[in-house]
Structures are given as C-alpha cells and as structure tokens.
Design a protein around this ligand. Structure first.
Ligand SMILES: *[C@@H]1O[C@H](CO)[C@@H](O)[C@H](O)[C@H]1NC(C)=O
Ligand SMILES: *[C@@H]1O[C@H](CO)[C@@H](O)[C@H](O)[C@H]1NC(C)=O
Ligand SMILES: *[C@@H]1O[C@H](CO)[C@@H](O)[C@H](O)[C@H]1NC(C)=O
Length: 283
C-alpha cells in the first residue's frame, strides 16, 4: 500500500471524528449489530451442534462457549413494559456473573435518528459513557438499545449455575444504576426487582468465527416453546460494527450467503423477546 501523505492522513483522521462531541444535549452515537436467523433443521446435527459445513464456512472451531442466560422481571413484566430488561449470565469463560441493564426502543420506518432523539428526550445523551447504544438490526425490524454491564461474584455457585431468584433480585438491586432505578419514579427499578422472578434459564452455546473481515457469532438457544411442551432451537448469526454502511450492505450479503447455502430462516425474532413470551414464571 502506498504511503499516505502526512497532510492527507491528518485530513482523513479529522473526517473520521464523530460529528457530535459528547455532551448532555446531543444524542448517543450507536454501534450496529445485525441479527439473522438460521434454519435449525439445516444447520444443526442430531445433538444440536452446528454442522461442519457451517463451522468451515465461518472458520469456527468445534468448541463452543456456553452461556447460561436468565432474565428477571415481575410476573406481569413491569420492567419490559417500560422498555427495560435485566439479564444475568453465567459465561463459561468468565469468573463472575455478568449483569446487564438494558433499555430498548422500537425504531420505526428505519428512522434511527428519530429514535436517538426520542431517547435523548428520555434522558439518554452522548455524555453517558458508562452506557453503550446499539441498533439491533433484525430481518424485519430495528430496535435501539442502551445498556450497562456489571460483574458480580459467583461465590456460593458452581459450574454454569445461575443465581437463585432471591440472589438474582439482590444482585440486580445492589448494582442498579440510577437511570434504571429512577426511570418511572425514584426507586422504581429496585422496587420492581423486589418482586422479580426468573424467565429462563436458557443454556446457550456460542461459536465465534470470521466473515467479511469481522467476527461472526452464531448462538444456539434452546427455548421452551409457547405451549411449554418442548424446546424450539433458535439459531442466530450476528456481527457488530460501528459503520452503518457496513452493517447495511453486510446484512444483505450475509442473507444472500445463508440463502445460497440453504441455511437462511425467513423469521425475525429477538431471543430475549422469545424467552419473555414463552416462559411463565409464577410468584
Ligand atoms: C454433532 O456435531 C458436533 C460438532 O461438530 C460433534 O462433536 C458431534 O459428534 C456431532 N453429533 C452427531 C450426532 O453427529
Ligand atoms: C415507534 O412506535 C411505537 C409504537 O407506536 C412507539 O411506542 C415508539 O415510541 C416509536 N418510536 C419512536 C422512536 O418514536
Ligand atoms: C464503512 O463501510 C463501507 C462498506 O463496507 C466502506 O466502504 C467504508 O469505507 C467504511 N467506512 C469507514 C469509515 O470505515
């Protein structure tokens, strides 16, 4: 590659700066995650592992990372009704529980800027460096999410066990960030968590590979079916980027590749929404 003249390199660097500086009156700057579903009958073998052709296509090792995922909400889903979700994961490769507080907003008519501005009115601005904004781009919908993670000790637990209902409540209450806790009124989040129940757990398996120069992940989620009579396997491929064009073009290219292989599933589901819809915990 020819050397870029110094002045031009400076110009390129200047153009690459984000258009807005972090401030309490500018919207958050999101990254993008594209999610597409794969047909479980085409890509899983009889032990529900990805078949070799899929592993080969994306240069994935046969080894997977197990993540035991559960969501905490009230029986009538009071957190979800306000756009919030609380997730706890026990990840095989991590020594601590992973806690996530996430707020979501539907993006209408692909108008991402409108969603960012609605979020700004709700208090989400580019000054909030502890939160990450992301556009989740599904086959037939987009959603803005703003999330913050915490780590919590796994003391008293072993293997891939997730915390009990009571411990889940207290871990999430102890770490609750203010934006969450004071969302509907002061102390709202922790009040609702006090009667939180467990949706899940779902023992998921993640494979990491490469596609188009970026990391491509495929996750297999065995989720109870709506009737509660068996398990449906949700298989999702996803990649992340901070580049809107790459997300948009890549999404079409990935869909085309999956279709040509006979692996594409023409459905558009959020894993979390399916867990919340299909599990029916009682108080
Ligand atoms: C399914 O695939 C996995 C990983 O490729 C392999 O270890 C396992 O033996 C396969 N199971 C069957 C029943 O083919
Ligand atoms: C999108 O439409 C839904 C349903 O009408 C609404 O709740 C939501 O606030 C809208 N999103 C934006 C960004 O305006
Ligand atoms: C964003 O992605 C597009 C499509 O891959 C590419 O042409 C462009 O150079 C990328 N922009 C940046 C700033 O990386």
């Amino acid at each position: 590659m020819p050397a870029v003249p110094f002045a031009k390199a400076l110009l390129v660097a200047a153009l690459a700066l984000p258009a807005v500086r972090a401030s309490s009156d500018s919207p958050m700057v999101p990254s993008y995650e594209v999610h597409l579903q794969l047909d479980p009958t085409a890509v899983l073998n009889s032990s529900y592992s990805l078949i070799a052709d899929v592993l080969d296509e994306f240069a994935m090792p046969a080894s997977v990372t197990e993540k035991n995922v559960q969501y905490i909400d009230t029986v009538d889903k009071a957190l979800d009704a306000q756009g919030w979700s609380c997730r706890i994961r026990n990840i095989q490769t991590k020594a601590k529980f992973d806690l996530t507080y996430k707020w979501r907003l539907a993006i209408n008519d692909s108008d991402i800027d409108a969603a960012l501005n609605t979020a700004l009115n709700d208090g989400w601005n580019s000054d909030q460096s502890k939160y990450e904004a992301q556009v989740d781009w599904y086959l037939s919908s987009q959603e803005l999410s703003v999330q913050r993670d915490h780590k919590a000790s796994e003391d008293g637990y072993s293997g891939l066990d997730d915390p009990s209902e009571q411990d889940s409540q207290s871990l999430l209450i102890d770490n609750a960030p203010k934006m969450f806790d004071n969302w509907a009124y002061s102390g709202w989040g922790t009040t609702e968590l006090g009667s939180g129940v467990v949706y899940g757990p779902v023992l998921t398996k993640a494979s990491a590979g490469t596609w188009n120069g970026v990391e491509l992940d495929i996750e297999v989620w065995p989720i109870e079916n709506a009737a509660g009579t068996g398990i449906d396997y949700l298989v999702e491929a996803s990649f992340k980027t901070s580049n809107y064009t790459f997300a948009s073009v890549g999404r079409t290219q990935l869909q085309d590749l999956l279709t040509s292989k006979g692996w594409f599933l023409d459905e558009s589901n959020s894993k979390e929404a399916m867990v919340l819809a299909n599990y029916h915990p009682t108080a």
